[in-house]
Write a protein that binds this ligand. Structure first.
Ligand code: PMP
Length: 326
């Protein structure tokens, strides 16, 4: 996915050459999936000669929540994590769109499944990253035969490494069968999300997305879109359970996440969604979202943290000052 290896990493307390950020094959997280991670984007503004991190405070809030679910003691606040990320990006001298991957892991070496008592490790890497998936005609998805993990299994509201086996099984089988990706149903048979993205449908003029109690990740793009669609596109958004057959009957569908951004879905299980073409609302959502993440909409500037200019000051802003998270 990354063309060039990063030159640096934040690794166990300091910025080191990327080649020095190594862990042992006996590291527990590698064996048992006991790690959690984040995924942030940095957007380069040519006009302002500045790199902007999108909602870093909210990403690190979720990261710390994921760590909490794994009983981790990272000893770092949200503000400190944002600060280390900004410092890493400056060291890396990234002046283009990029992706940032923080990873916290059970660092103890040796066998034995446990969450408490051992050492927890932390690494952050950043690398250039533009569009994740290009699908000019929209994506063709399938409803997976794998069930999404639930809150009492491996909690999907956190970004926990082990639960990505569930996503990988769905995605691998979908792609082997010729689809672009999979949609996951929860243990009740209702729509949870896509394999690594949240999902929205448009039906009869109302946008709907499954609630965060519906076996999905508390997505930052999802919460941003709820705010932005209501405020900028004057369209009602409801968080409610969605049945499988509502997918087939929807007028429009798109999936969203930091990696995929907004990806319109035009077919599911060989059935056309709406007219089987990218819908007008999905197009508008895409445009409006690009304006937001690239700083062209002044109302959402508090969601962006500049990397090179007064990074530390902006990064320390409390959550309340950013728009309402959902
Ligand atoms: N669901 C899953 C399972 C994901 O891995 C992701 C990507 N992080 C998302 C949803 C979208 O979340 P976000 O918008 O915070 O990137």
């Amino acid at each position: 996915m990354t063309k060039h290896a990063p030159r640096h990493a934040y690794f166990e307390g300091r910025i080191v050459p990327y080649a020095d950020a190594k862990i042992s094959v006996l590291t527990q997280a590698l064996h048992y999936g006991t790690a959690c991670f984040g995924g942030l984007r940095g957007y380069w503004s040519e006009a302002e000669s500045e790199l902007y991190l999108f909602r870093p405070q909210d990403h690190y809030k979720r990261f710390l929540n994921s760590a909490k679910l794994l009983c981790m003691e990272l000893g770092l606040s949200r503000e400190e994590l944002v600060g280390h990320t900004l410092a890493l990006l400056r060291a890396e001298e990234l002046r283009e769109d990029c992706y940032i991957r923080p990873l916290a892991y059970k660092a103890e070496e040796g066998i034995g499944v446990q969450l408490r008592g051992g050492r927890d490790g932390l690494a952050i890497v950043a690398f250039p990253f533009s569009r994740f998936i290009e699908k000019p005609d929209g994506a063709h998805l399938t409803v997976s035969s794998w069930t999404r993990v639930g809150d009492n299994m491996i909690p999907p509201r956190g970004k926990i490494a082990g639960s990505y086996v569930n996503s990988a099984l769905m995605r691998a089988d979908a792609q082997a069968a010729g689809f672009d990706d999979a949609i996951a149903l929860d243990h009740l048979g209702q729509v949870a999300e896509a394999s690594v993205a949240n999902l929205f449908i448009l039906r009869d003029g109302i946008v709907a997305t499954p609630p965060t109690t519906g076996s999905n990740l508390e997505g930052i793009t999802r919460s941003s879109l709820i705010t932005v669609i209501e405020a900028e596109l004057d369209t009602e958004v409801v968080e409610r359970p969605i049945d499988r057959t509502e997918l087939y009957l929807a007028d429009e569908i798109w999936i969203c996440g930091t990696g995929v951004e907004i990806l319109p879905v035009t077919r599911i299980d060989h059935r056309p969604i709406g007219e089987g073409q990218i819908g007008p609302l999905a197009e508008r959502v895409r445009t409006v979202f690009q304006d937001v993440v690239r700083g062209r909409n002044a109302r959402y500037r508090s969601w962006l943290a500049p990397v090179y200019r007064s990074g530390a000051q902006v990064a320390a802003k409390p959550e309340r000052e950013s728009a309402r998270p959902r």
